[in-house]
Design a binder for this molecule. Structure first.
Ligand SMILES: [Zn+2]
Length: 103
């Protein structure tokens, strides 16, 4: 038995939200994590709407997907800008906090 932790592997690939037809999807451009359609920080407003529809009734699935991508974004963004990257709070708000339903 070992107590050594294995390094985490790569997270999910940002393939959602998916699109219909030939539209360019509102998925992130890596490693800067801006939307490939509108240039906004990902997930942009349209991506959030589409993800809500795609994961309708599956908030745990949406949260798991976004948590994996938040981890990937941290890896990319801190590598790009190790001294002035976004704070963990900023990234949590950007990737996760918006998924919570108002109480
Ligand atoms: Zn977008």
């Amino acid at each position: 038995m070992t107590t050594r932790l294995f390094p985490p592997e790569r997270g999910p690939r940002p393939l959602r939200p998916s699109t219909c037809g030939d539209e360019v999807p509102h998925t992130p451009l890596r490693p800067i994590w801006c939307c490939r359609v509108d240039g906004q920080p990902w997930p942009c407003g349209q991506a959030r709407l589409l993800l809500r529809v795609e994961y309708d009734g599956n908030l745990p699935g949406l949260s798991i997907y976004l948590a994996g991508l938040m981890y990937e974004a941290m890896r990319d963004l801190y590598r790009l800008n190790p001294h002035d990257g976004p704070t963990p709070t900023t990234l949590f708000t950007r990737f996760m906090a918006w998924t919570r339903r108002p109480t």
